[in-house]
Design a binder for this molecule. Structure first.
Ligand code: ROI
Length: 132
């Protein structure tokens, strides 16, 4: 089993509710259990300012999946929830980013772990600190 930290963010269509829906789907990923949840933090957008504030949260999961299988499960949830990739750094219904996966270092086309931007982002570090 591996412990992984995942950052969630939403700024569209009732963002708090979107985080709850994402948590429910994540809890249904096979062999994966949510072991910690930060509180929900309201944050100013990083990037274009002409978009709503975000709701951000970080969770820990314990999983028997490998990192790519977890990534694909999270991408399936994003797609199921209606995420459309249009504006770069634009508003989004849900974003699920793997921050850490055990102590693995991964550098592939579709997945870089540890998340290369996490140490620049208060909206990730503050909720992460809360659950550590
Ligand atoms: N800004 C904040 N505050 N929270 C996010 O989750 C977030 N996600 C993003 C961009 C658009 C970079 N800005 C964000 O992807």
């Amino acid at each position: 089993m591996t412990i992984s930290y995942i950052a969630l963010g939403s700024n569209l269509n009732n963002p708090k509710k979107q985080l709850k829906i994402a948590l429910r789907y994540i809890s249904e990923i096979p062999t994966t259990k949510i072991t910690a949840e930060s509180s929900v933090h309201k944050t100013k957008p990083l990037g274009p300012q002409d978009q709503p504030d975000f709701m951000n949260q970080v969770i820990a999961v314990e999983t028997a999946l490998n990192a790519h299988a977890l990534l694909y499960a999270l991408q399936a949830i994003e797609n199921l929830m209606g995420r459309v990739r249009t504006v770069h750094w634009g508003p989004r219904i849900i974003d699920c980013d793997i921050l850490r996966f055990g102590d693995e270092i991964i550098d592939t086309d579709d997945l870089i772990i540890p998340h290369p931007e996490m140490h620049h982002r208060d909206f990730v570090l503050i909720p992460l600190a809360e659950i550590l």
